[in-house]
Design a protein around this ligand. Structure first.
Ligand code: MG
Length: 456
């Protein structure tokens, strides 16, 4: 059975994720690494300390030493793993509601584990092939703080004096989450005038749900407008992602910022590769090509984007959900680094965020989902692929180009019994029309497959 999803092990506390589970999983993790020392960190959730201590206890009793870095963003822990060449364990459920938690394993180069390594851990977990070492070989735990090193590293990657001279003001919504110390410190170090909301660590997430969706950011959007700030910043719970609000208080979708970063970085480098999943807006491909660069597409998921970036020597990569990867800092989504990088673009251009976004090509996306039993997914996807008579590729689901400026992507969800339909066109109306047409096609095919085999 599979424990690890696209972003570690996740579930509800205490039924699925609890200290006993954490202890057992950490025993399995310890068996799969030869490294003598682990780094560990966590988010601000109520259940995080209990699960973290259970993980630490298992690592120590397996003969590992542990350095506990306390509450910090996932990218800060990944950075520590990369710099110190140690594997790590992060206790977080990212943007999920407060009753969830999760365990994410970091390789000793700071990247997320490859699927093969996760399988080894799963095997040890289910076969219970782990044991305590003899008493004199139990490990030791030390507790230290990594905030300052992470903040310093982020700040060193941008032109701090240019940014501090630009007179930028921001409002940052920290989601009562893991960025509560790091992002304010980055802003302070960059000489940016800041006001913060939801800025104390609180595992009940009293301010807003921790997913930075438009409907959760009403307060931030209103405050940016009322205070006349230049920018609004909103992290998810573990601050590997960030969403921005422009100076008019408008929510800017993550794919626009992805295109903006891609354009500015490729322009500065005079070319280079940008890596992004097949679900990403054509706006990215268009701006990258205009600046003499090239887009490399991958399957959906941040770890595969990060890994591909390293393989092809990319200059930038990311996803439309606010996950941006800056390879000169590290090969993982990094919310703090993205904040600093956007401030640098604002300072260099002297333009407002809304006018920078307005200069990007205009596209609209529309998503639909169609119910489909997990067991029928493979046959449904095969039938969809043969039903679509357009130029297509099947890296992840089926993606078909409808015109030079529109496409549809149909792919099965990895976690739910649904098939997702993503469509993009140059207007909202066009995207909706394409999404509806292909959702209808998918529905018909699901019905037909189930008619022939009602079990799925
Ligand atoms: Mg996250």
């Amino acid at each position: 059975m599979r424990l690890f999803g696209t972003n570690g092990v996740r579930g509800k506390v205490p039924l699925e994720i609890n200290p006993a589970f954490g202890h057992k999983l950490a025993m399995a993790i310890a068996m799969c690494f030869e490294d003598r020392e682990f780094l560990i960190g966590g988010d601000t959730r109520k259940s995080t300390p209990a699960i973290k201590e259970a993980v630490i206890s298992a690592l120590l009793a397996s003969g590992k030493d542990v350095v506990d870095l306390g509450v910090l963003p996932t990218p800060a822990l990944q950075h520590a793993c990369m710099v110190r060449r140690r594997p790590g364990v992060m206790i977080t459920a990212s943007h999920n509601p407060p009753e969830f938690n999760g365990i994410k394993v970091i390789a000793s180069d700071g990247t997320e584990l490859m699927r093969g390594d996760e399988e080894r851990i799963e095997k040890a977990f289910y076969s219970e092939k782990y044991w305590y070492v003899s008493w004199e070989r139990f490990g030791e735990v030390t507790r230290t703080d990594y905030t300052e090193e992470y903040v310093k590293s982020v700040v060193s990657r941008v032109n701090a004096s240019l940014i501090s001279g630009a007179g930028i003001s921001v409002i940052a919504d920290l989601a009562n989450g893991a960025a509560w110390r790091t992002t304010p410190a980055i802003l302070r170090r960059l000489g940016v005038a800041q006001k913060t909301i939801n800025s104390h660590p609180d595992g009940l997430f009293p301010g807003r749900p921790s997913e930075p969706k438009r409907e959760n950011l009403a307060l931030l959007m209103a405050l940016v407008r009322e205070e006349g700030a230049d920018l609004g910043i909103a992290h998810d719970g573990d601050a590997d992602r960030v969403i921005f609000v422009d100076e008019r208080g408008e929510y800017i979708s993550g794919d626009k910022i992805l295109a903006l970063f891609a354009r500015e970085i490729v322009k500065k480098k005079g070319g280079g590769k940008v890596v992004t999943p097949v679900s990403t807006s054509l706006a990215v491909e268009e701006v990258v090509r205009e600046e003499g660069g090239e887009v490399v597409y991958t399957r959906v998921g941040a770890p595969i984007v990060a890994r591909t970036m390293r393989e092809v020597g990319a200059v930038f990569g990311g996803e439309e959900n606010g996950g941006y990867i800056f390879p000169e800092h590290q090969y993982c989504r990094d919310g703090g680094m993205a904040v600093a990088a956007l401030l640098e673009i604002l300072a260099e251009s002297g333009e407002s965020l809304s006018s920078l976004v307005a200069s990007l090509p205009r596209y609209s996306q529309c998503k639909r989902s169609v119910e489909c039993p997990n067991a029928a997914k493979e046959r449904v996807m095969d039938a969809i692929a043969s039903a679509i008579d357009l130029p297509k590729e099947t890296m992840d689901g089926v993606k078909a180009r409808i015109s030079p400026r529109s496409w549809v992507l149909i792919r099965p969800s990895g976690t739910e019994p649904i098939i997702r339909v993503y469509a993009e066109g140059t207007t909202e109306e066009e995207a909706r029309r394409i999404a509806d047409e292909y959702a209808r096609l998918a529905e018909e095919i699901v019905d037909e497959v189930l008619r022939h085999n009602p079990e799925g």
